[in-house]
Design a protein around this ligand. Structure first.
Ligand code: RIB
Ligand code: CA
Length: 310
């Protein structure tokens, strides 16, 4: 059975890998990509998405969304994804023409059309999905659910000691999603840093002789280099966003624990995802947090499918 998916991405390097994985997955019917700021400004993220779709021969629409977090100011760092968001492979660019419908309006409209058959996979800050849920709170009961790459519950953070980047950027949006009533599966650093891509993988892509393989190998090499500098003990770079796609299509690859989850908004612990010890009376846990992953099963599927494109 195929699953209808909207990918909501801040199209940087691992988002690009997630998009390729979706393009190669017959279990997924990708309806659209909704784009947000995050790894890079919205204009670059849009341009990256459209360029990747052209190269992947994907013809689904692209919708533009939030340019900034709900209440905070955004600052960008090109350290992991490059100033252009794709390892300096495309350069900083203008957003090409795209549909004028706002990402969150599209999510609302599609939730009403497809109901439980639709899953939203977020691989950036959760601002677009939060905006959709605030526009129409009935979405929480309509949608099949959301699989969100974000958070670090039992593992260290990657922006601060405690916080993961997507939640750190817009913790208010994360809380809007977590408390909406929408079924949410959180694919955080607890599991994504157990799924790695290495230099041997990009070497195979480059040696495939395909232009697409070379393009993917070149921008992924930038990400690998950043990982080598920042996390030398990991021996590779994390497949954060592809794993969110993998878990949406194959939930049997992750083991989740129900949490009353909350994203901290105080300055000293901003973005930390932690148990809320004071949930509303009678409330049920709001987020399924993935704490274990069948890393080999996922990685085998990811590499086989993506390399099938090269
Ligand atoms: O913390 C990892 C996440 O932050 C990934 O989604 C990456 O693309 C960035 O958005
Ligand atoms: Ca991302």
């Amino acid at each position: 059975m195929t699953r209808k998916i909207i990918l909501d991405a801040d199209t940087g390097i691992d988002d690009a890998l997630a998009l390729a994985y979706l393009a190669a997955s017959p279990e997924a019917e990708l309806l659209a990509v909704t784009v947000t700021y995050g790894n890079t400004p919205l204009s670059n993220a849009l341009r990256n998405t459209i360029e990747l779709m052209k190269r992947l021969q994907l013809t689904v629409p692209v919708y533009s969304g939030a340019e900034a977090p709900m209440v905070r100011t955004k600052r960008y760092s090109g350290a992991f994804h490059g100033e252009d968001g794709l390892g300096e492979s495309l350069g900083v660019g203008e957003a090409p023409p795209h549909t004028p419908i706002r990402a969150s309006d599209f999510i609302v409209e599609q939730a009403h059309r497809h109901g439980k058959d639709l899953t939203v996979v977020t691989t950036g800050p959760m601002t677009n999905l939060a905006e959709a849920l605030l526009t129409d709170p009935s979405l929480a009961d309509k949608l099949g659910g959301a699989v969100c790459m974000g958070g670090a519950v039992a593992a260290p953070g990657n922006v601060t000691k405690f916080a993961e980047a997507n939640v750190f950027m817009d913790p208010e949006a994360a809380n809007t999603v977590f408390t909406s009533g929408l079924p949410v599966m959180l694919i955080g650093l607890d599991v994504t840093r157990k799924t790695l891509l290495t230099e041997a993988d990009t070497r195979r892509w480059r040696d495939s002789g395909s232009g697409l393989g070379r393009f993917f190998a070149d921008f992924t090499a930038f990400y690998l280099d950043a990982y080598k500098r920042h996390y030398p003990y990991l021996k590779g770079c994390a497949l954060h966003d592809p794993l969110a796609v993998g878990a949406a299509l194959h939930p049997e690859w992750v083991r989740t624990v129900p949490f009353f989850l909350h994203a901290e908004t105080d300055d000293d612990s901003r973005g930390r995802t932690i148990e809320n010890l004071f949930p509303p009376e009678g409330a049920r846990p709001n987020v399924e947090v993935a704490l274990q992953v069948e890393a080999e099963a996922f990685m085998k599927d990811f590499f086989a499918k993506v390399e099938g494109l090269f």
